[in-house]
Design a protein around this ligand. Sequence first.
Ligand SMILES: Cc1ncc(C[n+]2csc(CCOP(=O)(O)OP(=O)(O)O)c2C)c(N)n1
Length: 334
Amino acid sequence: MTAIGDNDRRLEKYRRMQRIRQFETKAESIHAAGEIPGALHTYAGMEASGVGACMALRDDDYMVGTHRSHGHPIAKGSTLRPLMAELLGKATGVCKGKGGSMHLSDFAMGSLGETSIVGSGGPVAAGAALGAKLQGLDRVALCFFGDGASSEGAIHEGMNLAAVWKLPAIFVCENNRFGMSTPTSAAVAGVNVADRAHGYGIPGVIVDGQDVDAVEEAVRDAVDRARAGKGPTLIETKTYRYRDHAVNMGRDLTPRGPEHDDWVARDPITLYRARLLADGVAEGDLDAIDAAIADEVTDSLNFARESAYPAFEEAFDHVFVDRLPIPDDVLAHA
Ligand SMILES: Cc1ncc(C[n+]2csc(CCOP(=O)(O)OP(=O)(O)O)c2C)c(N)n1
């Protein structure tokens, strides 16, 4: 938790959710125009899950994301310029342009990385939590994963070891009702992923993933428990993905049912804006945040566009710990 007052905290939650939504809206449009290479998986509809969870963390806590990859680092507090530059493959990107949309990591914010290997964050988070414990630090590690990932072996392995060793970890399953085109009910045994916590002997908590305050509260309890040495918690946020599995693929993979409109009616940003207004926050203050974020997004895109691509000779720098030599015959053709 960052040391800020209650009102500022509320505005910060609103700000981070808006930042994700506006950043991705822009990214989707320039991706459609061919400016971003590779696949783009957007987080629209799920902002309260990531922001609520990350607002319960300290800046020096660890967070591991997924292939749905922009929401998590922005929720953790990353700034937009290096993220947008990364999407465009530029040297000023948060991973020097080598990671792209699906592999953003921002160690300065405790963001250990997003990955395209579904479920692979489980052991990474358990490892980070083990590292913190062995070093005597009171940091926790939070792992986001999807309902599809919940049946991957790696997630089970991560949760199991974290439970056995009472590691300071929090596992947040973002159940957005689909894994690509497959409804959760067709791929996940049992009604709730959170019920699987029983098998690890740890608490399992279900929370409304469209309610940023509720997510923050649930994750804060889990963080307190983890810092107190009592081990991990499994939290399932019930949420919804608005866009296709990945955008601009020319076809819609996700079969939508009548509940689609109900979910959109419970948009997490709209809900939170209404709550803040009801609590006395001035509409003008929220409008000012929206406008400031629009400027931030434009600024990040200008910055990314003006930045250079990484130099050819640096192709293997910042990718491996020990740099691989570039063979002479390859260099000769550069
Ligand atoms: C180990 C592995 N298996 C399969 C895939 C292909 N794949 C990419 S995303 C995805 C669906 C993941 O669903 P979920 O975990 O629910 O996350 P969501 O996309 O809904 O956020 C699959 C099967 C992959 N990238 N990695």
